[in-house]
Design a binder for this molecule. Structure first.
Ligand SMILES: CC(C)CCC[C@@H](C)CCC[C@@H](C)CCC[C@@H](C)CCOC[C@@H](COP(=O)(O)O[C@@H]1[C@H](O)[C@H](OP(=O)(O)O)[C@@H](O)[C@H](O)[C@H]1O)OCC[C@H](C)CCC[C@H](C)CCC[C@H](C)CCCC(C)C
Ligand SMILES: Nc1ccn([C@@H]2O[C@H](COP(=O)(O)O)[C@@H](O)[C@H]2O)c(=O)n1
Ligand SMILES: [Mg+2]
Ligand SMILES: [Mg+2]
Length: 187
């Protein structure tokens, strides 16, 4: 909710990065795949216990994640499959990052699991409610951009364990915020 508000403010910068990429013939789907690979590398670095580097790699992966849609829109290549691929790869990345953190013993796996479940539920609720006709359900205090930034910032100070705790709490608050919003729009 909060960070999504800054989309228009960063749009121009994202387009400036994407313009030269568009000339290379790179497709939005290529960029989506590259973004996932970078995020998976970040997850692996978490597993290796290298929090600081993992955070930088994940930040770069998140940037690429914001670029694929920008490239699609700029080149008139938006597609329904591209949207599906982008969202599906977001879920793989979200799961892999928390799995990497847990596997690297950077946090109690039980807390990681609660954060994982909350994160997936938040995204699932949006998808399911929109399918039922709610209109865009981008609501709640901890959407994906917020969750990612919390993990990135806490990992940069080598305390991603705090980040996972925060995500576990905020994601579940968001679960109930989205449930309420869906109730109001769909009842
Ligand atoms: C390390 C260096 C080599 C690289 C450094 C590069 C930097 C300059 C980085 C800038 C990055 C910045 C521009 C982008 C970061 C955004 C990132 C935090 C979030 C990534 O989201 C990508 C994108 C996806 O949105 P989308 O709607 O397509 O995704 C939906 C989402 O997954 C839904 O999940 P949920 O329901 O919410 O759970 C799904 O339901 C949907 O299916 C799915 O489609 O979003 C892009 C737009 C962002 C929201 C824009 C945010 C702008 C912020 C103001 C960025 C602020 C970044 C700071 C400058 C970075 C400083 C960090 C530092 C650590 C202090
Ligand atoms: N391979 C892709 C990726 C994205 N899109 C389109 O962009 C939207 C997501 O934009 P982001 O800025 O959040 O990345 C998505 O819903 C699609 O419309 C695409 O077509 N192909
Ligand atoms: Mg994207
Ligand atoms: Mg994505």
């Amino acid at each position: 909710m909060a960070l999504n508000r800054y989309r228009p403010a960063v749009k121009g910068y994202l387009e400036a990065i994407v313009r030269p990429l568009a000339k290379t013939g790179l497709s939005p789907n290529h960029l989506t795949v590259i973004g996932l690979m970078i995020s998976l590398a970040g997850a692996y670095l978490f597993y290796r216990g290298e929090q600081f580097t993992a955070a930088l790699v994940l930040l770069f992966g998140s940037l690429v994640d914001a670029l694929d849609g920008t490239l699609a829109r700029l080149t008139g290549k938006t597609s329904r499959f591209g949207a599906f691929l982008d969202s599906t790869f977001d879920r793989i990345s979200d799961g892999a990052v928390l799995f990497g953190i847990a596997l690297g013993n950077l946090v109690d796996w039980k807390v990681a699991f609660i954060a994982f479940m909350g994160s997936y539920l938040v995204s699932y609720e949006r998808c399911r409610a929109e399918l039922a006709g709610s209109g865009t359900l981008a609501v709640g205090i901890s959407e994906r951009a917020e969750r990612l930034l919390i993990l990135i910032i806490t990992a940069l100070v080598r305390h991603v364990d705090y980040g996972v705790y925060i995500v576990a709490v905020l994601a579940w608050i968001t679960v109930f915020q989205r449930m309420w919003a869906a109730y109001q729009r769909l009842r």
